[in-house]
Design a protein around this ligand. Sequence first.
Ligand SMILES: CC(=O)SCCNC(=O)CCNC(=O)[C@H](O)C(C)(C)COP(=O)(O)OP(=O)(O)OC[C@H]1O[C@@H](n2cnc3c(N)ncnc32)[C@H](O)[C@@H]1OP(=O)(O)O
Ligand SMILES: CC(=O)C(=O)O
Length: 534
Amino acid sequence: MRPYDPDSLHIYDTTLRDGTQQEGLSLSVGDKLTVARHLDDLGVGFIEGGWPGSNPKDAEFFDRARSELSLHTAQLAAFGATRRAGRVAADDPQVAALREAGTSVVCLVAKSDLRHVERALRTDAAENLAMIRDTVAHLHAEGKRVFLDAEHFFDGYLAHPDYALAVVRTAAEAGAEVVVLCDTNGGMLPGRIGTVVSDVLAATGARLGIHCHDDADCAVANSLIAVEAGVTHVQGTANGYGERCGNANLFSIIAGLETKLGQAVLPPGRLGELVRVAHAIDEVTNSVPDPHRPYVGTSAFAHKAGLHASAVKIDPDMYQHIDPAVVGNDMRMLVSELAGRATLELKGREIGLDLSDERDALGRILEIIKSREAAGFAYEGAEASFELLLRDEVSGRQRFYTLESWRVIVEQRPGGEVVSEATVKLTSHGSRHVATAEGNGPVNALDRALRLALEKSYPGLADLELVDYKVRILDGRQGTGAVTRVLVGTGDGRSRWDTIGVDENIIAASWSALEDAVTFGLRRQGERPDPAAH
Ligand SMILES: CC(=O)SCCNC(=O)CCNC(=O)[C@H](O)C(C)(C)COP(=O)(O)OP(=O)(O)OC[C@H]1O[C@@H](n2cnc3c(N)ncnc32)[C@H](O)[C@@H]1OP(=O)(O)O
Ligand SMILES: CC(=O)C(=O)O
């Protein structure tokens, strides 16, 4: 492993600038400061805070950053364009905003594709080079470290290589520390990126960086191949946020560099924070974490196929590209109709049960799971129901009450209010209980009535709370009517568990899921089962 040296390979985050160009993503100044702190905790080298000359929020961010952001590892960078055509860099208000942003690093965006120079900037080749030269030289003379993002570099290089090279040379000669080759439209494939980077390096000798978008689904691969070809500065965003299909996911790049290319790019010990930081930033940006995201997703090391589990049981490396703990993730087993005995055995291990000598029981449980999944169950999303099934089969059923009946009515009252009322009758530890409760819906009423009926025997049930309720109507099978699958999430303030019920009747399906939820909760609380219950 090549040791961590933040100067020899820059990890440059542009979440707060290019990441916010993602549709639907908008951050307050406070959010941006929080994201910056998370990125600094992770240990990236540079955090691009925004474009100070483009809007008041970004200007405020840089203002507040001076007093509110104390970064330990990262340096803050301000982003902006080269001077406008026909102007003097020192007098251009955009350039002034960069100069005054209070950062030691600025990153300029410049055109490097002649088509863009002529059609978007509506100027000529020479003036664009002058804009680059003047702006870089001005900011460099002002004591800034200057990086230059060469927009549309790869498209420009393929059409007019001499001009694209002239951009790199002009920027480097004027004092740009790094010239960042941008695949702005995100359409490049890795082979081409590698070749162009090698050629540009050989032709200019400039320090190069890479900035890739993900429109061809290759942004991370393109960034990694660019590093292999010699760039020493990599840009990307947290979780790959960004314009259109996003930017290169900096977290995958970091993990790839550290675990596959033998290059430490974070301070020692920080790679294990990757999952935590990725999820914390999703929280700030109000994004639902993608479970399938490489390295950091909750499914990234989740094994569903029975054959995979049977090999993983012998050696996890057989179906994992890295040890999940290295990036702060965990291996998980998923129980479903695709499971085998090995899956169940490993799942048992996760919950502290040694099932290595329980081949027959595992076979029975597998049969139950497969036939129930064929009828509409999905244990993957209901691990508490699976755990009850497993424990029942292996250590014998534990029941806390005997159900006599349940009933729900839904009533529209004068004035239009709709109220549900449920009655549950059961016997627990020799006493018969009849409880009636109201709720804002039938499931809420049933849940309350069930807990009311049990509260004398099990007062701890008061701590449980229904926190999630999902319903899915499944197609009718083999000529039967459609069935309803209900998933119930229950919490006790410290943890959460999920249970399932399936029935043609939505209330009956909900009742089954609720019973599992309460039974699981009681087992968790270590409550004494009712030996007479059945
Ligand atoms: C590839 C990237 O993602 S780069 C980052 C892109 N990010 C953003 O655009 C978000 C922030 N942008 C903004 O707030 C606005 O676009 C501003 C403030 C920068 C400019 O707004 P306006 O002055 O109204 O101009 P507008 O957005 O219509 O057009 C951009 C102008 O910048 C010019 N321009 C574009 N690139 C550059 C460049 N590298 N150097 C100098 N000028 C440039 C264009 O020619 C155009 O000039 P014009 O006004 O004479 O037509
Ligand atoms: C600079 C930039 O964001 C791009 O070229 O995509």
